[in-house]
Design a protein around this ligand. Structure first.
Ligand SMILES: *Cc1c(COP(=O)(O)O)cnc(C)c1O
Length: 372
């Protein structure tokens, strides 16, 4: 006899990590997981090293210092901050604190791949609303999709993998339309890359609406994907519920000190983010000049909605030394990284155009004039 497992697990897709190049292959750039290409700052490495000698002890669950710093940063009370092992754990905590069997969790699609898995893992039902024209959230359709079974609505802003932004005023109108007993999660994993409005707009809404939760991470702009630390801002009633379902000791002492050291080095890290934004604008501008029409990205990645050409196009990127993230039949996502990697996006795109693998996104007649 085989062991008995949960019947509903069949329905949960397994998380696919962004592909890594073969270890020996120095010619390849891994631009499949929206990681920060910069190695941690020396000050951050030192902070991690300084904590290394204490790992025989469990971490401090309250993470008092980091929690206080974050509370000060966002004008919140420490009771309104809950840390997680990456903001994926914050999402998981919130989903399990709000939703179980029979409950619905609403989000746009395509959006972050982890949402449907985490919702199903909680035994709840994912309900998706297709993105609107321009690969943006269709907030009116999302409002219309709320039912008495809806417990949680997730808005990923800017959206992964399309890179698009919902302006603060539109989210505000949306939040006003959501019943006040339904939680709204604004996932701002990429807010620092939103050059239109780099302040995390969700935080204002969190201060105003007790049903709004905001999730942030140290993985992307702060370059700490490997130590696993993120957090949510939420009303105390919600954070208390999230703490009940959290994995005990999920955020290590190493992660706490790395996060604190990163907050100390905010200026240096902001410069790195500015560099990545400049790289994005350079590549997006060159692609537009060549005749590509892509959604406007306000993140550290570009979305090529190539439809049926996606898989063949991913191979072309691969041949040019870029391991990208394909979503077969829909599109592929390329992380903005160091300049030589970014340059390869342009050479790969040139070959896609030559080979007709453009998903209808390319029209040389529409090329914007190149300014010399
Ligand atoms: C990367 C990402 C996260 C957080 O990742 P962690 O490494 O778990 O902090 C959350 N939401 C979205 C949309 C992301 O892309």
């Amino acid at each position: 006899m085989t062991v008995k497992l949960r019947n509903d697990l069949e329905a949960i897709p397994s998380y696919r990590q962004g592909k890594a190049p073969a270890a020996a292959d120095r010619e390849m750039y891994k631009v499949s997981s929206n990681e920060n290409p910069h190695a941690p700052l020396p000050s951050v490495v030192s902070a991690i090293a300084a904590t290394a000698g204490t790992v025989n002890r469990y971490p401090e669950t309250a993470a008092a210092q980091l929690t206080q710093r974050l509370a000060d940063l966002f004008g919140a009370d420490t009771s309104q901050i809950v840390l997680g092992a990456g903001s994926v754990e914050s999402l998981s905590q919130l989903i399990r604190a709000t939703s179980g069997p029979g409950d619905e969790v609403l989000f746009a699609w395509r959006s972050f791949e982890a949402y449907p898995m985490l919702v199903r893992a909680a035994g709840a039902t994912p309900v998706t609303v297709p993105l609107a024209a321009g690969h943006r959230h269709d907030l009116d359709a999302m409002l219309a999709a709320i039912t008495p079974a809806t417990r949680l609505v997730i808005v990923c802003n800017p959206n992964n993998p399309t890179g698009t932004v919902v302006p603060d005023a539109e989210i505000r109108r949306f939040v006003q339309g959501v019943p006040s007993d339904v939680v709204v999660l604004i996932d701002e994993a990429y807010y620092q890359f939103n050059s239109d409005s780099p302040a995390p707009g969700g935080v204002d809404l969190f201060h105003e609406f007790p049903n709004v939760v905001v999730a942030h991470t140290f993985s992307k702009a702060y370059g700490l994907a490997g130590v696993r630390v993120g957090y949510a801002l939420a009303a105390e009633r919600i954070t208390a519920a999230m703490r009940k379902v959290a994995v005990p000791f999920g955020v290590t002492g190493l992660a706490q000190s790395a996060a604190l050291a990163s907050l100390d080095a905010e200026l240096e890290l902001e410069q790195r983010v500015s560099g990545l934004i400049a790289g994005r604008e350079r590549i997006a501008g060159a692609l537009a000049a060549a005749g590509w029409t892509l959604p406007t990205s306000r993140t550290n990645f570009l979305w090529f909605p190539l439809g049926d050409d996606t898989v063949a196009a991913a191979k072309v990127f691969d041949e040019h030394g870029l391991v990208v993230r394909p979503f077969p039949g829909e599109g592929l996502r390329v992380t903005i990284a160091e300049d030589p990697a970014n340059d390869r996006i342009l050479t790969a795109a040139r070959e896609l155009a030559e080979r007709g693998l453009t998903g209808g996104l390319f029209s040389p007649q529409q090329a914007s004039p190149v300014l010399h």
